[in-house]
Write a protein that binds this ligand. Structure first.
Ligand SMILES: NC(=O)c1ccc[n+]([C@@H]2O[C@H](COP(=O)([O-])OP(=O)(O)OC[C@H]3O[C@@H](n4cnc5c(N)ncnc54)[C@H](O)[C@@H]3O)[C@@H](O)[C@H]2O)c1
Length: 358
């Protein structure tokens, strides 16, 4: 695969140092590096250090992401808060807003934070899982602003963002449930990764204009293959349900948050991304121990169901990430050679310690 293994903590520290170099305040850099490190450890490779240079450092140095913006409370009514991130790092805006939603949930039983005028916030699951330690259920979503990249059921033009949903619920004595997925067949980063590695893309990640699968990722970049919404091109494979889910995310994190949305367009000079966070405080509904025990019983029941010949045993969302975390904490994070080189070129030109291969 042409990957290089790097230890998790030096990699996180590298991210923190690079962001400080770019003028980000130390506390914010530390927090943002924790979010990227979370994705790297969980195996969400498209949303970890891979994006450090191409999204965050580039955005900061071009002024598309603000180094100094403060988050502004636009409305604060009971359990609901609406925030303006003023184009700060989405990694910081997301953390701040999720914490506010959790504080509200503690007080009111539920808490909701909407964020407008933000930028790319990384892996949605990072924010949802923040709720777990407090015996809360967390949800996080984001749109892509007015920059659609995916197609709905044969639409001739891209009209959808990859609009991820994440949902986290605590479980007793087993890995927590943590669903973290784009509402397109895959995150667009997976197409970029395959292209960088000269590898084919799998299954139905890309389709041509007849709805037939395309395996060459280059076709996506030269405009002859398209990324479909979750469920694919056709109604028979559930494409209409993926389209609906994608729009649900767009409505909550785009329209309701007051961010830019596809088909309406950009309000200001820059693309204004929106996020949506929902938190439920379990003790406001039932004792947390009862909830977590029933979760464990239910999930354990699923895991014990046999599968047809040739199928893997069942897993639930959050389990693979948990396994990755344990393995990668011990063996290191695999980084594509091209990214390793890119990071160390940056280190050399910014008087930073280079990353070392394990
Ligand atoms: N910030 C953004 O704009 C943006 C946009 C799109 C995606 N993303 C992020 O990209 C990441 C990857 O998204 P994706 O759609 O490619 O995810 P994916 O297809 O890799 O699915 C990941 C989810 O599926 C679960 N899972 C994996 N294997 C499983 C199995 N065998 N059985 C049951 N569950 C299983 C995982 O626990 C995880 O919850 C996510 O972190 C997402 O938040 C971010």
């Amino acid at each position: 695969m042409n990957d290089i293994l790097v230890a998790a903590e030096p990699l996180r520290h590298f991210v923190e140092t690079a962001l400080i170099n770019e003028g980000v305040d130390v506390e914010r850099a530390k927090q943002a590096s924790a979010t990227l490190s979370y994705a790297d450890l969980a195996g969400l490779d498209t949303h970890g250090v891979l994006n450090l240079m191409s999204l965050y450092v580039k955005g900061l140095s071009e002024g598309v992401i603000s180094r100094t913006a403060e988050i502004e409370v636009l409305r604060d009514q009971g359990a609901v808060v609406t925030l303006d991130a003023h184009q700060m790092l989405g990694l910081n805006a997301g953390h701040y807003a999720m914490q506010m939603a959790m504080d509200k949930a503690k007080q009111y039983g539920v808490g909701i934070a909407c964020v407008r005028n933000s930028t790319h916030f990384g892996a949605a699951g990072y924010y949802a899982q923040m709720a777990l330690a407090e015996d809360m259920i967390g949800m996080a979503m984001t749109n892509l602003g007015s920059d659609p990249v995916a197609h709905a059921m044969g639409s001739r033009q891209p009209i959808l963002g990859t609009n991820p949903i994440s949902f986290a619920a605590p479980v007793a004595n087993m890995p927590n449930f943590l669903l973290d997925m784009s509402t397109t067949v895959c995150a667009s980063g997976k197409i970029k990764q395959a292209n960088a590695r000269n590898a084919d893309v799998s299954g139905d990640w890309l389709c041509n204009d007849k709805g037939e699968p395309v395996s060459n990722p280059e076709a996506y970049f030269n405009g002859t293959a398209y990324l479909p919404g979750l469920g694919g091109w056709k109604k028979s494979s559930g494409g209409h349900k993926g389209f609906g889910l994608n729009l649900m995310v767009e409505i909550l994190s785009g329209v309701l948050a007051g961010a830019d949305v596809p088909m309406v367009g950009q309000k200001g000079k820059t693309n204004e991304v929106g996020h949506f966070f929902l938190v439920m405080n379990i003790p406001s509904f039932m004792p947390a121990s009862e909830f977590k025990q029933t979760m464990a019983q239910m999930l354990d029941g699923y895991l014990s169901v046999p599968t047809f010949d040739g199928f893997d045993t069942l897993q639930y969302a959050g389990q693979p990430d948990n396994d990755n975390r344990a393995e990668r904490a011990e063996r290191g994070i695999p980084i594509p050679v091209t990214i390793f080189k890119e990071l160390n070129e940056y280190a050399a030109s910014h008087q930073m310690m280079p990353l070392e291969e394990l």
